[in-house]
Design a protein around this ligand. Structure first.
Ligand code: FAD
Length: 417
């Protein structure tokens, strides 16, 4: 079990699937996205079954900082006005859905402001302009020499408490990995699950070819440290540069994050963030420290929707999986019910992507496939890089990660080296 701020929440254990079974909606993957999708469908009285290859929420979700916000990593000025408006509105709708859940469940949800800080005056002014163009007028000010934009009424939560609350009435099997599916059957090593719809929420999709996600996704990682925080303010904040720190308060703690690095590339690990914290927070005590990684899309917008008649996918959350998982649960529910949703095209996993980025992703994969190094990834066979700062082996193509004993820590692969 990963050791993070949320690890003390005890989640019920579920059995491994040991029979053939039939369901209407099969949700594959028990992170925040799978749980929200299953919960929403179950609320409508639809027959749902969720399978998880390990333990519930023990991959990306337990390692999140769990902010829920429309103020994400990308800049709204980089999206055209049509996409900008839709994505912004979808994010606000997601926050409001969390607010509704908060009326029924206790998951230490708190409404707070999200802040984005800029060093560049130009970027700051252009971001405000881009938001004004879609009818949103955030607060803005200068603080400590930084240009700041404030989105009020955003939120943060304890993600494992939410999951613990939502899984109560869902049929779940743990230690149950789907290895393959066809038109209406999914296969584990020993059993078959017959489904009418399958929803793949596995972070990185487990299918190697279908949907061509190996060419459309890569993974980035980031470092988080939790220290004591005597200050009573509640907020979260992020910088506009990849190497700016990000912050979130939680009870008597401050979670500080750093970096947005491609998995598989060497970097300095925790060193830079520890140096900064030592400098800024005298006599601090580190409570937890951990690394997380997430799947990144090629155009800043997640892939959510249908890839086939009865196959739905949600991935490429670009480190904003709390908001984007809620968006996924709403959109996928509408698609399954055949209801119109204005966001179908925006998130369409089969949409056109920047061709230069696809070519870069393919060339990169070929380079690492042809590289003669001996240690290779069990996913698609790319050669692995040894990451000195973490003492891990990582796949630079698709982001699988192994420890020194060659045991897998992060997918897409689930096989030890
Ligand atoms: C450092 C860091 C901080 C972050 N902070 C935030 C934040 O503040 N706010 C925010 O919104 N987002 C944040 N994120 C992103 C967020 O953590 C992720 O986007 C989110 O947790 C993804 O959830 P998920 O359900 O898609 O994936 P996961 O939580 O990884 O769940 C997928 C599950 O599928 C299972 N699985 C995989 N393959 C199979 C298979 N074949 N069969 C069965 N099960 C399978 C896995 O075991 C896993 O449990 C952060 C990311 C990083 C890197």
């Amino acid at each position: 079990m990963a050791n993070t701020t949320w690890s003390n929440i005890e989640i019920k254990k579920y059995p491994k699937l040991n029979k053939n079974i039939k369901t209407n909606c099969l949700v594959v993957g028990g992170g925040i996205c799978g749980v929200l999708c299953a919960y929403r469908l179950k609320e409508l009285g639809i027959d749902v079954l969720l399978v998880e290859r390990g333990k519930i929420a023990n991959e990306r979700t337990i390692r999140t900082t769990a902010t829920i916000t429309a103020l994400q990593d990308f800049l709204y000025q980089d999206l055209d006005i049509y996409k900008r408006k839709l994505y912004f509105e979808a994010s606000i709708e997601a926050i409001n859905e969390y607010k509704k859940l908060n009326k029924k469940h206790n998951f230490l949800f708190e409404e707070v402001s999200s802040y984005k800080y800029f060093n560049s005056h130009n970027l700051f002014v252009n971001e405000i302009k881009a938001l004004n163009e879609i009818g949103y007028y955030p607060n803005s000010f200068i603080y400590n020499g930084k240009y700041i934009i404030e989105f009020m009424n955003q939120a943060q939560m304890n993600p494992m408490l939410l999951i613990k609350e939502l899984i109560n009435n869902i049929e779940i099997y743990e230690d149950t990995e789907i290895t393959y599916y066809d038109s209406n059957k999914a296969y584990t090593n020993n059993n078959i699950i017959e489904f009418s719809n399958i929803i793949v929420t596995t972070g990185y999709p487990f299918m190697k070819i279908k949907g061509l996600f190996s060419f459309k996704l890569y993974q980035n990682k980031s470092y988080v440290i939790e220290i004591e925080n005597k200050n009573n303010t509640k907020y979260h904040a992020i910088g506009s540069n990849n190497n700016d720190l990000y912050y979130r308060t939680y009870n008597n703690s401050l979670l500080i994050g750093y970096g947005n690095y491609k998995t598989g590339k060497n970097n300095l690990g925790f060193k830079p963030i520890i140096n900064i914290i030592n400098d800024r927070y005298k006599n601090h005590k580190i409570i937890h420290k951990w690394i997380n990684q997430d799947t990144m899309s090629l155009d800043n917008i997640p892939y959510i929707g249908k890839i086939n008649d009865n196959v739905y996918i949600a991935c490429g959350f670009n480190m904003y999986g709390m908001t984007n998982s809620m968006i996924s649960s709403i959109l996928i529910k509408d698609l399954i019910l055949n209801k119109d949703n204005k966001n179908i095209n925006l998130f369409n996993p089969k949409r056109k992507l920047p061709i230069n980025k696809i070519i870069k992703q393919i060339s990169f994969s070929i380079l690492y496939l042809l590289n003669p190094k001996i240690k290779r990834c069990k996913h698609l066979g790319c050669s692995l890089n040894f990451i000195k700062s973490e003492k891990t082996y990582e796949c630079p193509c698709h982001g699988s990660k192994y420890d020194l004993d060659e045991k897998v820590i992060f997918g897409p692969t689930s096989h030890n080296m």
